[in-house]
Design a protein around this ligand. Structure first.
Ligand SMILES: Cc1cc2nc3c(=O)[nH]c(=O)nc-3n(C[C@H](O)[C@H](O)[C@H](O)COP(=O)(O)O)c2cc1C
Length: 368
C-alpha cells in the first residue's frame, strides 16, 4: 500500500475508533447531562421555600434567561427585599458585541424573568436602570398576592431552537398576542410574515453572516464558547453546547478539528436560508435611543416575547447577523424605514422540534 493512502486510511480509522469509543462515553455522560438539565430548568417548590431563600430563588429564575453565546455575563447582589444586577465584563464578547449591546440586553432578559417569577412568589418587582452605576439594574420588591402567569409557567420551557422549523404559518390571533406582549418602554416591535419581507430579511442575514464568517476574530471567539460534548458543557456550565443547536457531540480534540473543516461560509449561509424559509415569521426589536437603558429594555422585550411564544408552543431563535454588523444594520434600517433608531435584535419564530437544553453555572458563581 502506498504510504499516503495508508496514512489516510489510518487517519479515518483513528477518527472512527475515537468516535466509537466516545459514543459509549457520550451516552454515559448524557444521563448526567439530562440530570443537570432537570435540576436547572425547574420551577420552585413554593411549599417548602423558606423566606430567606426567596431572593436566591428569584436570581435562579434570572439565570434561566437567554443571554448572548450563553456567556451568562451577569452578577447578582442580594439585599433586603432587593436584587441588583451587575455586568460581568470578564465575559464580554468583543468580536461579536464590541459595544456590549448584547451583554446589557442579556441583563435585561434576566431582569424580566425575575419580574415574572416574583409575581408568582407574591412580590411585585420595581425595576430601575441606572447606566452610570455599576449595579446597573436595581430591583425592589413589594408584597402582592401571588399569581402564576402563563409567562412565568413558560420560564423553564423556553429555549432558543436553532434548527429548521416545519413551515407552518402562525394564526393572526397568535401574532396579535405576540405583538401585544412584546412591546416595552422605548422599544417597538415589528413582525414580518410575508414571503417578500422574509426573503429580504434573509438577504441581510446572509450579508451579515458572510461578513462574520470572514472575520477571524469572530470565528475564534465563537469557537471559544462552543462546547463539543456534555462533559465539557457541564464542566464550564456555560457556552454553546453543540447538541443544543442540533449538532453532533465529539471529544474536544475532534470537535475542534471538525469545526475548522465544517464551519464554512457556504454551509452556514445555507443553514440560515433553510432556517428562515421554514420559519413562520421574524420579529424585530427596535429602540428609540441607542443607549444602555434601551439595550436592557430590548432584552426585557425579547424575553417577554420568548416566554409568550413558548406559552403558545412556538419555537424561536435569533438571526442577529443582520444587526451585529454595523453596515448591514444600516441597510436593514433603510429597509425598515426607521431612520436613526437601532434594530437591537432579530428573532425568527415558528413551529418546530425541541432540542436539548443549555446549562447554567451554579448560583454561587453568580451571586456576589
Ligand atoms: C442579546 C442576545 C443575543 C443573542 N444572539 C444570538 C445570535 O445571534 N444567534 C443565536 O443563535 N443565538 C443568539 N442568542 C441566544 C443565546 O445563544 C442563547 O440564549 C444561549 O445560548 C442560551 O440558550 P437558551 O436561550 O436556549 O437557554 C442571543 C441571546 C441574547 C440574549
Amino acid at each position: 500500500m502506498k504510504r499516503r493512502k495508508f496514512i489516510v486510511i489510518a487517519g479515518i480509522g483513528t477518527v472512527a475508533a475515537g468516535g466509537l469509543a466516545y459514543q459509549i462515553h457520550s451516552n454515559y455522560q448524557s444521563d448526567k447531562y439530562e440530570q443537570r438539565v432537570a435540576d436547572t430548568w425547574r420551577h420552585t417548590n413554593t411549599v417548602s421555600l423558606s423566606s430567606d431563600k426567596v431572593m436566591e430563588e428569584l436570581v435562579r429564575y434570572g439565570t434561566l434567561a437567554a443571554n448572548s453565546h450563553n456567556t451568562q455575563p451577569w452578577l447578582f447582589k442580594i439585599g433586603n427585599q432587593r436584587i441588583t444586577i451587575l455586568p460581568d465584563f470578564k465575559r464580554r464578547c468583543l468580536a461579536v458585541d464590541p459595544d456590549d449591546h448584547h451583554l446589557y440586553a442579556s441583563l435585561g432578559c434576566a431582569a424580566e424573568n425575575i419580574a415574572h417569577a416574583a409575581i408568582a412568589l407574591g412580590l411585585f418587582a420595581n425595576i430601575t436602570v441606572n447606566d452610570k452605576a455599576e449595579e446597573v439594574i436595581r430591583i425592589d420588591f413589594d408584597q402582592i398576592p401571588s399569581v402564576k402567569s402563563e409567562l412565568f409557567q413558560a420560564i423553564p420551557r423556553r429555549q432558543c431552537t436553532r434548527v429548521a422549523y416545519n413551515g407552518k404559518k402562525v394564526s393572526s390571533h397568535k401574532l396579535k398576542i405576540l405583538e401585544a406582549t412584546s412591546g416595552y418602554d422605548g422599544i417597538s416591535t415589528r413582525i414580518f410574515t410575508s414571503e417578500n419581507d422574509m426573503e429580504t430579511i434573509l438577504e441581510y442575514v446572509v450579508a451579515g453572516n458572510t461578513n462574520q464568517m470572514q472575520d477571524h476574530a469572530f470565528v475564534k471567539e465563537l469557537k471559544d464558547w462552543l462546547r463539543f460534548n456534555p462533559a465539557t458543557a457541564m464542566k464550564y456550565g456555560d457556552g454553546l453546547f453543540t447538541a443544543t443547536s442540533g449538532n453532533p457531540t465529539f471529544p474536544d480534540w475532534l470537535g475542534s478539528r471538525l469545526f475548522d473543516l465544517a464551519f464554512t461560509e457556504k454551509i452556514e449561509n445555507e443553514k440560515y436560508r433553510d432556517q428562515l424559509r421554514t420559519a413562520a415569521g421574524v420579529i424585530a426589536f427596535i429602540s428609540e435611543k441607542d443607549d444602555i437603558e434601551h439595550w436592557i429594555n430590548a432584552g426585557r422585550s425579547y424575553q417577554r416575547f420568548a416566554l409568550q411564544a413558548t406559552a403558545l408552543r412556538l419555537q424561536h431563535s435569533f438571526v442577529n447577523q443582520a444587526v451585529e454588523v454595523p453596515e448591514v444594520r444600516k441597510q436593514l434600517a433603510n429597509y425598515l424605514n426607521i431612520g436613526e433608531r437601532r434594530t437591537d435584535l432579530l428573532v425568527r419564530f415558528g413551529y418546530g422540534p425541541r432540542l436539548p437544553k443549555s446549562v447554567r453555572r451554579p448560583l454561587d458563581q453568580v451571586i456576589i
